[in-house]
Design a protein around this ligand. Structure first.
Ligand code: DCP
Ligand code: MN
Length: 512
């Protein structure tokens, strides 16, 4: 997107922020009208028309600044139709007078335009201020009712280019375009089949091809009604386009229907959903003749953790309301603080991202003094078991010790109980040394899509990112990328984003 910002009627400081964010997000700014400019931003129709002239507006997309503001709030790029500035020739004259709600009072505007773009003298400042004063909700309502949300072919092809580019660049222009999924009629069945290949059948090749196709399809910003609209997009091969054609014409996906009707697939999906049972174990159990979860309970080959996963399967697949998670976080915080004053205990995962219900508790722990975290795990587990909060163990170990040495990160997976209830919930503890903590917190807050995107960005910049750190990478004698030396020192999540040159996202903006 190459944009020209019409500055009249906008507070300079605000404008400065939008400009900065716009460029950070991969947009280009032009100071003057030119053929490169694809988008115009303005407070309202009047300021836009005064600055640009009606004739030059034709081929450009004209948007209200609110679009930028709302994108920043949402944490990703939103469809822009709702923010289009329309002119009397496009619709009735009523809308012309409607000012942007972002236009500000006269005192702030008097300070003039940005020093960076001196050409943009605000000669119509007073006019737009008057407009702002006359804002009317009624008008706004009527206006919104008139805006068409139908997709326009030019807009479609524009976004095709954007999506192609994003895929081509390994999505470096993050955050990429992620509008609400308008194509659930297509992505729904594709997700189902993707999950069957992953969890039940363990077919990584097929899983991955659906996974990649979905990441593209979810970004298509218009409702797909014909495969012609999406031909040529990356990762969509012939057979996938045929499948989409079938969904569009019949409303069904026969391949999925067959898989779902297949008794064996049903059983494998059922087994694969149990904690600790992956596709290969599911297959083994099936081959032994097991067909139900009841059957599995009699099997002596299950590990103790799988047995626990099975016993409490119904409990742990239930989602947990946010307020209960908060209370349970407090229980852990109190226990940990009694063992180590000043300890930091944070519930990460979907809870930290602000979700109303969460699948499990992902507790991330550290101590700011740099050493008091050591030896804490066993003491904390004992205390919480004693209090009746922790119930069963699933796994305890130094899971992330990749170099064969003790990395200093201690991990525990288990089940816990909300006070006064027998129902079990999944809980994880990860205790990090202070210097690794920002990386651990970032990784366990997620979501997984963001983690993947950050890793891709890190890779492109010659690093390897994981929950331990951000490591410079070199090639070994076989040409493999290996970590070299110490992690880049980052004292906060924000410093990690900065080091990667990735626009900062608050936790609630990380639901990508
Ligand atoms: N394959 C995975 C699994 C997890 N994670 C990271 C991102 C997740 O957000 C975080 C926690 O994992 P969860 O499976 O607990 O996922 P969420 O907490 O996001 O969701 P839920 O509400 O289902 O627990 O760990 C990841 O990057 N890749
Ligand atoms: Mn979680």
């Amino acid at each position: 997107m190459t944009a020209l910002f019409v500055e009249s009627g906008i507070q300079p400081r605000r404008l400065q922020i939008w400009k900065q964010k716009f460029e950070q997000f991969g947009g280009k700014l032009e100071a003057h009208r030119s053929k490169h400019v694809t988008h115009l931003f303005a407070a309202n129709c009047k300021t836009l028309q005064d600055r640009i002239g009606h004739a030059s507006l034709k081929k450009k997309v004209s948007l209200k600044y609110e679009w930028i503001e709302d994108c920043l709030k949402a944490g990703h790029i939103l469809p822009s139709e709702k923010y289009t500035l329309k002119f009397p020739s496009d619709q009735d004259t009523l809308a012309l007078e409607e000012p942007s709600t972002l236009a500000l009072g006269s005192s702030t505007i008097a300070s003039g335009s940005s020093p960076l773009l001196e050409d943009h003298a605000s000669r119509d400042t007073s006019q737009s201020v008057d407009d702002a004063g006359g804002s009317s909700t009624k008008k706004k309502k009527r206006r919104e009712g008139m805006i068409t949300t139908e997709s326009d072919p030019a807009e479609e092809s524009h976004w095709m280019e954007v999506i192609k580019e994003g895929a081509h660049m390994g999505m470096l222009t993050a955050p990429v375009y992620t509008p609400p999924d308008l194509n659930t009629h297509i992505t729904g069945p594709l997700k189902e089949i993707r999950d069957i290949y992953k969890e039940a059948l363990g077919d990584d090749r097929r899983y991955f091809s659906y996974y990649k196709a979905l990441s593209v399809l979810e970004k298509v910003p218009f409702k797909i009604t014909s495969v012609d609209q999406i031909k040529g997009l990356p990762t969509l091969g012939k057979s996938l386009l045929d499948t989409i054609q079938e969904i569009l014409t019949t409303g069904k996906m026969s391949k999925l229907e067959h898989l779902k009707a297949d008794k064996k697939v049903k059983v494998l999906s059922l087994f694969g959903a149990v904690w600790g049972i992956g596709p290969s174990t599911a297959q083994k159990l099936y081959d032994k003749g097991h067909r139900s979860l009841e059957d599995l309970k009699t099997d002596t080959s299950l590990t103790p953790a799988q047995r626990v996963g099975l016993e409490f399967h119904e409990d742990i697949i239930k989602r947990i309301p946010r307020h209960e998670v908060k209370e349970m976080e407090t229980i852990v915080q109190k226990a940990a603080a009694e063992l180590r004053p000043n300890i930091s205990v944070v519930c990460g995962g979907s809870y930290r991202r602000g979700k109303a219900t969460v699948g499990d508790l992902d507790i991330v722990i550290t101590h700011p003094d740099g050493h008091s975290h050591t030896g804490l795990m066993n003491e904390l587990l004992a205390k919480l078991k004693n209090e009746g909060f922790l119930a069963e163990d699933l796994m305890h170990g130094h899971q992330h010790s990749t170099e064969g040495t003790d990395s200093g990160v201690d991990t525990y997976f288990g089940l816990c109980k909300y006070p006064g209830r027998e129902q079990r919930h999944r809980i994880d503890f990860k205790i990090y040394p202070w210097e690794m903590y920002p990386f651990g917190l970032l990784a366990w807050t997620g979501n997984d899509v963001l983690n993947r995107r950050l890793r891709i960005v890190a890779e492109a910049k010659g690093y390897k990112l994981d929950d331990h750190g951000l490591y410079p990478v070199v090639r070994d004698e076989h040409g493999n990328r290996v970590k070299s030396g110490a992690s880049m020192p980052c004292k906060s999540e924000r410093e990690i984003f900065d080091t990667l040159g990735f626009p900062w996202l608050e936790p609630h903006e990380r639901n990508l």
